[in-house]
Design a protein around this ligand. Structure first.
Ligand code: ZN
Length: 261
């Protein structure tokens, strides 16, 4: 199974708007097919998803007798990712922010959100994604426990089991404290209450750099998966950008204080 990271990525404008963390993420609609619109949120699929999907489905082929189940598994993974992204989008709107686009791409999903510059608003907008996965645990379990017929095929049973595993895996993976994954952003929002935006970002991205580097080595060592390694590489690039931006913000505020003092 491929890893799917999903994140609410805004431009992380700090409250004072002096230094933005410009994330390396694809444009929500360029190179993507519009799939559908729900509550004014445009859901799009990046073209590269189709290529990676064919490759990943081919790898899953041996799990099932019939290819259709491997396709269903891959599509279901992204259906769960999409629900997670809607969690971010609706929570962001609930706290007064905006969210108009969700992109599905080979690394998972991205909800393009802009939460108001308050730690509490950010916290809810981020936490709502993993909370969707948490809520799905009993839903999937009950659904398959009581919804699956007694004489269900081996493929159907494997699918039901794997889908529950995928959901739990997505939950755990996304709450790893590796900025800008959800866990890293939750950590930053929590620290923001006490330390202010920039210092919180410095600490969260510093932890993210160490954790991300460790994760990359571990994934490569244990799975040799090119896709997973690339994905963590993508995370690390964005984590580094956040780290640099936080340092610039802190330096700017230190020099302002010197001038004022
Ligand atoms: Zn997320």
């Amino acid at each position: 199974m491929s890893l799917a990271f999903c994140s609410p990525l805004d431009d992380c404008s700090p409250p004072n708007g002096r230094q933005d963390v410009l994330m390396s993420v694809p444009h929500p609609q360029q190179g993507a097919f519009p799939l559908f619109k729900f509550k004014d949120i445009q859901v799009s699929l990046h073209w590269s998803w189709l290529l990676v999907a064919m490759w990943q489905i081919e790898r899953q082929r041996d799990t099932y007798e019939h290819l259709g189940w491997a396709i269903a598994q891959y599509v279901s993974l992204f259906a769960i990712v999409l629900l997670h992204e809607f969690g971010h989008s609706f929570a962001t709107r609930q706290v007064g922010g905006t969210s108009d686009n969700i992109l599905l791409w080979p690394f998972g999903g991205i909800a393009y959100v802009k939460a108001p510059p308050r730690p509490g608003a950010h916290l809810w907008s981020i936490a709502a994604g993993p909370l969707v996965n948490l809520a799905l645990i009993p839903v999937l379990w009950l659904g398959f426990r009581y919804g699956l017929p007694q004489d269900a095929s081996r493929d159907a049973q494997a699918f039901a089991y794997i889908l529950q595993y995928i959901n739990v895996f997505l939950l755990i993976f996304n709450i790893l404290p590796i900025y800008p994954m959800d866990g890293g952003q939750i950590l930053q929002a929590l620290l923001w209450f006490k330390l202010g935006y920039a210092k919180a970002l410095l600490i969260a991205s510093g932890i993210g750099l160490v954790g991300g580097a460790g994760l990359m080595v571990a994934l490569f060592y244990y799975t040799q998966s090119v896709l997973s390694t690339l994905m963590v590489g993508f995370l690390l690039i964005n984590c580094w950008k956040a780290f640099q931006a936080s340092r610039a913000m802190l330096a700017a505020s230190a020099s302002r204080q010197t001038m004022e003092g």
